[in-house]
Design a binder for this molecule. Sequence first.
Ligand SMILES: [Zn+2]
Ligand SMILES: [Zn+2]
Length: 250
Amino acid sequence: MKVEPNEHRAAMNIAPGIHRIGTNSIVNSYLIEEAGEVTIIDAGVPGYFDDIPRELEAMGVTVGDVRALVLTHGHGDHIGYAERMRRENKVPVFVHEADAALARGDVPNPAKGLGPFRLAPLIGFFWFSLRNGASRTPQVKEVTAYGDGATLDVPGSPRVTLVPGHTPGSAALHVASLDALFVGDAFCTYAVTTGRRGPQVAPFTADADQAIASLSRLDDLAAGHVLPGHGDEWTGGVAEAIRQVRSAGR
Ligand SMILES: [Zn+2]
Ligand SMILES: [Zn+2]
């Protein structure tokens, strides 16, 4: 198959104002743009840093237009290039107050091990992580903590809903102007450990029962673009995604 030069770039354009970094959806980092200014939502793996200038250029902006980097939670595969962006580009990094210590590396990961897995997707995930420098992810030295219900004063004005379970400070970020809900690992649409697709509890979840119960906090939200930390965009509506997570169970 002949690969067109722009093929992978086009694949990262989710919707006007929403781009995703990464040539696949194993680990997602999103760029959102509003009025020429940019917020990054989750920083994936360190190797994505080099993709940012080209991706911003495709959006008609530059690194100097990035105003904030907002983490959905404090796990390493979301922190990725955050510290480098903070240090080199003076971009403030936001995280829920209950995950601030996790993002700084002051407390251990609350996840209880691997859970069920299949070898092929798991090896794929670890190989991808290794190639992209995940084992050397720097913790974020300084974070700005946000709280439940906050509307962040950054491009896109994401509104925070705390959905604890995956981690204590896991948050969903609703960007109404872009019709988008960034769920982090509150649920995923691709399990990196089993290869299973569709809305489901994410691997490395600290408390799966709490994670499922927390999703009722998203019941009243509507979004055409539901964007998880792992897996493809979900366009079937928030309510249907939650129904599928519940029916898949823990
Ligand atoms: Zn996570
Ligand atoms: Zn994750």
